[in-house]
Design a protein around this ligand. Sequence first.
Ligand code: BGC
Length: 924
Amino acid sequence: MLKKMNFKHFIYALYATVCLSFTSCKEQATIAEAKKLTISEGFENPLGFYDKMPTFSWQLPVSEGVLSQSAYQIVVASSPDLLPDHADLWNSKKQQTAQSTWIKYEGAALQSRQKVYWQVKYWNQDKQASKWSEINHFELGLLNNNDWKAKWIGLDTKKEKVLGSQNNIIHRPQYLRKGFKLSNDVASARLYITAKGVFDVAINGKDVSDDVMPPGYTPYKERIETITYDVTNLIEPGENTVGVEVAAGWHSGRLGWMESYWSDTETPKMLFQLELIMKDGSKEMILSDDTWKGTTSGPIRVSEIYDGETYDANLEMPNWTTTKFDDKTWESVKTFPVTEDIRLEPKRHTTVKSKIELATKAIIEKDGTAIFDFQQNMVGVPLLKVPMKKGQTLKVRFAEKLSPDGSFYTENYRSAESTNYYTASKDGVIEWMPKFTFHGFQYVELSGFDTSKKPSKDWVTGLVQYSDFEENGTFTSSHEKLNQLQSNIVWGLRGNFFDIPTDCPQRDERMGWTADAQVFAPASMFNADVYKFWASWMQSVRESQSDNGAIPWVVPDVLFNNKVSAGWGDACTIIPWKIYLKTGDKEILEENFETMKGWVKYHESVTKNNISSMGFFADWLQPLPENGDNKGDTSKSLIGTAFFAHSANLTAKTAKALGKTEEFKKYNAIYKTVANAFENKFFENGKVKDVAETQTSYLLALAFGLLSEEHKANAKKHLLRKIAEADNHLRTGFLGTPLLYEVLDATGEIDLMYKLLFNETYPSWFYSINQGATTIWERWNSYSKKDGFNAQKMNSLNHYAYGAIGEWMYERIAGIAPLEAGYKTIRIAPVPKEPLTSSSASLNTPYGNVSSSWEIKGSDFKLEVVVPPNTTAKVVILANTKQALLLNDTNFKDNSNVKLTNTDKDAFVLEVQPGTYSFQSKLK
Ligand code: BGC
């Protein structure tokens, strides 16, 4: 063998042998492997994945000797056995870069169904190689319509002409089933499934998943999501049965406000493709086709998102999803071809699930009814275990709050009946939860149960349902009400991330209102792992854009009214840009760039001399409007022009980040021109002219950079005057509120921002907390102990928009903000102020966990920070800088991990390498 080797090979072989036996060799894998491998927007080992050109990300471990990455290598293969040395799909080779996130796959083209394995290794700052990471994997779903061999199937659910609460057509839920026989044992089975409607599937009597109302809610005329399940363990040798329940859901149920918008033209349908690989290597497919049978005579009689579900246990069909059932009385289904016009694509974020169980905290009994109180406003369904007598019908009503006289407050559900009925088929304790509806509530009222039994707390459990994401950060402080506000923000998030970002979860809306989304998206990114959730909804936004560039009020656009509103449609520029800042992933910018350009063009089309006439909801729900209007006092034209400039600016920034120089110049020029026109039209020497002078008009001008340099100070003075005139209270609605903290912070008015945040009186964040809020309310005064409910029916008690403040709480009170997109450099600069004595936050960034935790004791200020590997932090420590700074209890001196870069009058500024540190300074 030696003979065949040339000298060079011989030396390599010798080197390799020596390397294996001596730890000092450079290429020896001595350092800990990369962790938390994910693909695209943060998917871990997904099944039924949507993206055949994924990106790869990983985190360096928190481990001795690992500060940063100097290089990486990714290997991708069609089988784990080929890794790491024989990667047949892609070998990135060693790339000298610190980049450890969003690396684009550049290997062989991937196909529907393909299972892909990958791992990564990195080299640290000293060029030492890590071990190879664990092998991760993903499996693609069906990527193209022509992968579907199945047909849409369903029954004629309109023929009974059942009418709903608004005389809308109700489609009876359908039960569809098929039996089949396998001659061989199965090695692996994948179910690809979706519905025009929502579905629940079982195989051989067992639930396939605990997904709630899949496939979810997209612009159905454009795209329907498909779901992939691994059902290998549910398939039996020989006889098998599959059963699918299908209800109208968002597809063919009533949605929106006006009759003509209800989707009463198409009956719900289901698409089913079970692909089996048998132990002998052969393949079989079970498809939805004309061999299936169905009935609408099952126990779920009616199910409506707004109105609720009706269940009759007398109509239960035991074992209908098993072979032990005779379907001879069932009808044959109708079939419909899969067409090209509606794209079928694997779901690109997680399905809704029951995530939390809330126990009943108190029961109020009244005239044969029992009201169960969770002491927390929530969204989902109740799990009922209630004693009943045969033939009784249980009525289940919901409310977010009780009226002061103890009665159920349901006016704010408007036309949503939000009521469930359950008819018992025998005496005993029933166990039931509705399947194809959801409710926003704190209270559940039961009537029609066995009144010989005393209502007990275990009769009702609240199942909290939302898209299946995990929490991403924590925030806490020494102040009870601030902590309650944080809790209310998180509950607002849980309540309104039901597959799409909704305005509210309870009344006859629950729609993807675009302004609400853009205002709350940044705060949501701190609190939950929702990048995929937003990226997915942004796809729906793109699909909902008209040819002229208009972005509708709600996405999916169930209002179909082609109407736009400034600050609403701008979700298409604001959300991608904010997400980019939080993730560093340019893909979100690439995906949305054309949409942004289209929207700027639309803005342009409704301007004259660069002044906008777009208008519409304006600074929605501004408190104490002088004109008494929900749209507030700020000029619509001023708002429209401001958002035109802002969207042009964000489009310019996006172009720059994407390296599109010409487009950057173009959109930056539009921004400048519009800003100029804005200032000339609405301002003189920094003071609003000719239109109502409001806090929001100044906030828009300052936050969006629309004033010339020499007038900014004046504008700020006028803003402060407006706030002072309001007795140091906010007067901002949906659009102005998130700009309040941005502007006051950027202009050094942090004391004032603290004042506004800690105000107890109306209008303020704590006002609702003082009135007992456990979620964020739609209005600053939705309810008061003194005056009761706001007289308007549009009065949701679970509306996340004002929870936008959560962004500032993380970024400035606790102090964690990205200095560079994606937290490659982090700013840890808390602004501790009275009445707080401590606060802390932690956040999972793309590089790992960062945390900041401070405490003031007397004149001592203590700050503990954790900086994740492969990042650097700029840490700003409040101090009387004439006094010493301590690091880990000893006098601070510059070292390789921490360098003092600046000493201000009242702060030390440090550059900090990854690690855990405890700083201490003197405030006086
Ligand atoms: C919704 C919103 C939305 C608004 C538009 C309301 O009915 O609940 O939050 O943004 O309409 O003005």
